[in-house]
Design a protein around this ligand. Structure first.
Ligand code: NAD
Length: 304
């Protein structure tokens, strides 16, 4: 099996790290060269490339494969796998970090520090996460990673998912049709669904209206899940208390966006899943699938 690593992965890590990791696991691996595409059994990539239509297997190093031409791969008999399953800890910690910052006002004091100001926030602005309700929308890898960590901090965690079964750390599960009921009592709402036709702009004016005035929305899914204009409106009018945002539409967030200047917004440049071992986590998924292919078993995380 020869697996090539496409240059697009440099959006997350140095392609050489994954090449080296796969070689250490006794796989033939090299940097992707379009001239040699006929020699590859698989390619690992962050984003799509026309040349992949001539490679039998494409592994997307992200969980969200919304940029890949799934139907064209299906027609060309190209297998697509993704990296769902490796981001629960990173994203879970990112979301908990944002919630802790909002509750303990750390982001505000960091801003004051930059200005050299010894300034205390009003008495009533600080709170604790313990006892507060978090609603997690989408209880896959990300949602579970968030829910388990929030529950460990004493939060009351509810969730929205298509199946009614409970998951660890979640006290109540709502169906997607009951989204407004699920978010109505929550102090925090965390979005962790894939971007697809059903979830595109699923959070807009009506959802912000349904939220509490002192609630925070946290988006670690995809920018397109939220109607960004409606979010800016809700924040500007004080209809919600704030937002923690890792993802945007478009990315990078344009310099003229009002979100940059909002004190009650914590904004990170799509780095919620970053870790210094990302290449190894992806490498393990690739190795597992190579082993499965060798045994003739179904691949993990197969999209098409
Ligand atoms: P996953 O497939 O493990 O989980 C997604 C869950 O959402 C599934 O359980 C699915 O049933 C559920 N779902 C789908 N539509 C729903 C709906 N309308 N209502 C409620 N639940 C719904 O995927 P994951 O690894 O948890 O990742 C989820 C998404 O998060 C990815 O598709 C990607 O876009 C995004 N993501 C972002 C980052 C980041 O860096 N910020 C990292 C990883 C993933």
């Amino acid at each position: 099996m020869h697996v090539a690593v496409h240059g697009s992965v440099s959006a997350v890590f140095d392609p050489a790290l994954l090449v080296e990791y796969l070689r250490e696991r006794d796989l033939e691996a090299s940097r992707f060269d379009p001239e040699r595409r006929g020699e590859y059994d698989g390619v690992a990539a962050f984003g799509p490339d026309e040349a992949f239509l001539d490679v039998p297997w494409v592994h997307c190093v992200r969980a969200g494969y919304d940029e890949f031409p799934v139907e064209r791969y299906e027609r060309a008999d190209v297998t697509l796998t993704n990296s769902t399953g490796i981001h629960g800890t990173t994203i879970g910690e990112t979301v908990v970090g944002m919630m802790l910052s909002f509750a303990r006002r750390l982001h505000v004091y960091r801003d004051h520090q930059g200005a050299g100001e010894w300034a205390r926030e009003p008495y009533e602005s600080a709170f604790t996460l313990a006892g507060e309700r978090l609603c997690v929308v989408g209880l896959g890898t990300l949602g579970r990673g968030i829910a388990e960590r929030a529950a460990a901090l004493g939060m009351d965690v509810v969730g929205v998912r298509r199946s009614p079964d409970l998951v660890p750390g979640v006290s109540e599960v709502y169906r997607p049709e009951d989204l407004h009921g699920a978010i109505a009592d929550a102090r925090f709402v965390a979005l962790a669904v894939p971007l697809n036709v059903a979830t595109a702009e699923m959070f807009g004016t009506r959802e912000f209206d349904a939220m509490r005035g002192d609630a925070y929305v946290i988006n670690v899914a995809r920018g397109g899940v939220v109607e960004q204009g409606a979010l800016v409106e809700a924040l500007s009018r004080g209809e919600i208390a704030g937002a923690g945002l890792d993802v945007f539409d478009p990315e990078p967030l344009p310099p003229e966006s009002p979100l940059w200047g909002m004190e009650n917004v914590i904004l990170t440049p799509h780095v919620g899943a970053m870790t210094d071992r990302y290449h190894a986590d992806v490498g393990e998924l690739i190795v597992e699938n190579v082993e499965r292919a060798g045994r003739g078993d179904e691949l993990v995380n197969r999209v098409v």
